[in-house]
Write a protein that binds this ligand. Structure first.
Ligand SMILES: Cc1ncc(COP(=O)(O)O)c(C=O)c1O
Length: 420
């Protein structure tokens, strides 16, 4: 690879795989070598509104002409309207939005708020989770990305996951006692009364394999948090904005968290923006007390305008509804692939977020990468975890989805062999 004068993220520099994107349209992006790729991963799970969306680009240009400089205390129409629209999307009782630059510091700010409001310091998160690459968010993260940076921030306790295909408590679906949820309650009790400030969870752990929880999971965790006086934070950075077929994934279980963190689909990749949505019962704490949080560039006008227009696009093009409608199509195609390949494959999905977990040796994963590149399919494959994760732009058509999934199936058969 050519030597570039900047670092590539999450890569040994000599093995980074840069992509020279020149544009895109809908579920497709284009590369300088005349490549046309079908994006089954929404790049880094953020391009929910699709590639090359002219409405969002135009909204950014209009905002640039009007007001283009950030100032933490500034008010302008796009900021006010965006906050109102986010609160209208949130469960009942949410009253304030705290804008951030992205997902990691949405989580940083949520845990700071939880510590300030509760006066407690401990935080509970899961092993199979990713919450971002800043120091606090990385400490919350339970997966391999946390380890090189340890010790992180003090007070973080990790618990086992809702990983039904490989239940950490040794159960099958028939014998399941929902220990993944009661374990959170037990952990809080063992950590000591009045010590846990918050439990932070992805509604469906995304990058760690789309671990859809049992129906009782979120209501049980909510009950446990209430009993212990801990706050419940839903990290909807990946699952928010229609990814699972609902505005927010917590809606699947009718649970009202205390805070919801968002990013990715909020600006759909067109601008750097995230947010913490805060329930009134937490927000009111700061009516008279100082909110000791904030960076210079928060709520930049260009980002607010981009996010506001992104929400308009979702609404006008009924993208959340489309994601819900495409969920069964994605599921059917995932199951068809699992039935075709010559290795054991597990299927998990909710809306337009799906995973295949293959029991295949590492060498086969390299072949899968080559096969996908030949077919110009872009998605998240991870040989270490054994997963391929599907999260296409929400505007993908049924035909594009079916064609893409069948093409993935061909690549998987080429890599892992066919069922005999
Ligand atoms: C669930 C979740 N939380 C937080 C983050 C971090 O977001 P960002 O990269 O915008 O900081 C991610 C990113 O992948 C994520 O998937």
């Amino acid at each position: 690879m050519a030597d570039y004068p900047f670092f590539f993220t999450w890569a040994a520099q000599k093995h980074a795989k840069p992509v020279e994107m020149t544009g895109g349209e809908g579920a497709w992006f284009f590369t300088k070598d005349d490549g046309k790729w079908l994006d089954l991963g929404a790049l880094s799970y953020q391009v929910n509104a699709g590639h090359g969306n002219k409405r969002i680009v135009e909204a950014i240009k209009r905002q640039a002409d009007e007001l283009c400089l950030s100032a933490p205390s500034s008010i302008f129409p796009a900021k006010v309207e965006l906050a109102n629209r986010l609160l209208a999307m949130a469960p009942p009782g949410f009253s304030k939005v705290f804008f951030t630059l992205g997902g990691a510091e949405a989580n940083e700010n949520a845990i700071k708020i939880a510590r300030i409001v509760t006066g407690r310091h401990k935080l509970v998160s899961r092993y199979r989770s990713y919450h971002g690459a800043s120091m606090g968010a990385l400490t919350l993260t339970g997966d391999w990305r946390r380890v090189p940076l340890e010790p992180g921030i003090p007070g973080v306790v990790h618990v086992q996951d809702c990983y039904c295909d490989r239940c950490p408590f040794g159960h099958t679906l028939q014998t399941c006692k929902r220990e993944c949820a009661s374990n959170i309650d037990n952990t809080m009790k063992l950590e000591g009364p009045n010590t846990v400030a918050a439990v932070i969870l992805e509604p469906v752990p995304g990058a760690n394999g789309v671990l859809v929880p049992p129906a009782e999971y979120w209501p049980m965790v909510r009950k446990a948090c209430d009993a212990e006086g801990a706050l419940l934070i839903a990290d909807e950075v990946l699952t928010g904005f229609g990814r699972t077929g609902k505005g927010f994934a917590v809606e699947h279980w009718g649970v009202v968290p205390d805070m919801i963190t968002v990013a990715k689909g909020l600006g759909a990749g067109y601008a750097t923006i995230g947010a913490v949505l805060v329930h009134e019962r937490i927000a009111k704490h700061f009516d008279e007390k100082i909110l000791a949080c904030g960076l210079t560039y928060y709520a930049h006008p260009l980002a607010c305008a981009a996010a506001l227009e992104t929400l308009n696009v979702y609404r006008d093009e009924k993208m959340f509804e489309h994601s819900a409608a495409m969920g069964p199509v994605l599921r059917r195609e995932l199951e068809a692939i699992a039935a075709r390949v010559g290795v054991r494959a597990m299927v998990r999905s909710l809306g337009l977020l799906g995973a295949l977990e293959f029991e295949a040796p590492m060498a086969m994963w390299a072949t899968l990468g080559t096969e996908l590149a030949q077919r110009k399919l872009s998605l998240h494959v991870d040989g270490k975890r054994g997963t391929a994760i599907f999260a296409p732009p929400l505007c993908i058509t049924e035909q594009e989805l079916v064609t893409g999934m069948r093409s993935f199936g061909d690549a998987a058969v080429a890599a892992f062999g066919a069922k005999s």
